[in-house]
Design a protein around this ligand. Structure first.
Ligand SMILES: Cc1cc2nc3c(=O)[nH]c(=O)nc-3n(C[C@H](O)[C@H](O)[C@H](O)COP(=O)(O)O)c2cc1C
Length: 173
């Protein structure tokens, strides 16, 4: 059974999770910009992960096009962000990235963030996002926490977060 883990990562957290997953499930690891439809065509199982920016899973659109050409159907997705790992976070990411009737397996892992290391356009995006959240009248406790988290460098990466995804794959064998 051939397995492939494809990832899109800007600051390394998604890449780290992809490496751990590939090692645990004995899969080929490949960056999205090196991935082709023919690589995916040969795979029985494909895991795709991308960092979450503004709710969207980075690279998901590009990946979906390649995967569609490969007519891949055995897909598992994961997103990496700094939001707390809760059912609400998973739902927000699902709603922002998949059709309402999609039941594709989706997992979420916490990454890392350094406000001082952002490039100018990311800094602007974060500032817009922060002021958008602050203006909400009914701001959710998780968003209050997120605003706080974004003020300082943080690192929530840990290997055990991938356990449910690895288990899902093992259950299919
Ligand atoms: C411009 C920008 C937007 C972001 N938006 C979100 C977001 O909507 N939700 C979230 O949980 N994290 C968000 N983050 C945090 C990243 O998802 C986090 O830093 C992640 O670990 C990055 O993954 P990478 O290291 O693989 O690039 C954002 C970060 C940046 C720079």
């Amino acid at each position: 059974m051939k397995r492939v883990v494809v990832y899109e990562s800007q600051t390394g957290s998604t890449k780290q999770y992809a490496e751990w997953i590939a090692r645990q499930i004995d899969a080929q690891l490949i960056a999205l910009n090196e991935c082709t439809a023919s690589i995916l065509q040969q795979a029985d199982l494909i895991v795709f992960g991308g960092s979450v920016h503004g709710g969207s899973i980075n690279g998901k659109r590009k990946f979906s096009k390649i995967a569609k050409k490969a007519t891949a159907n055995n897909l598992i997705y994961f997103g990496v962000g700094i939001r707390p790992s809760t059912p609400r976070t998973l739902e927000l990411i699902r709603n922002s990235n998949f059709d309402s009737n999609s039941n594709v397996p989706l997992f979420y892992f916490r990454g890392k963030f350094d406000p001082d290391a952002l490039n100018q356009s990311d800094k602007t995006m974060i500032r817009i996002y922060q002021s958008m959240l602050k203006r909400r009248r009914d701001i959710h406790q998780e968003d209050v926490e997120l605003l706080d988290t974004m003020r300082y460098p943080c690192d929530f990466i840990s290997e055990e977060q991938i356990d449910p995804l690895v288990q899902e794959i093992r259950n299919r064998i």
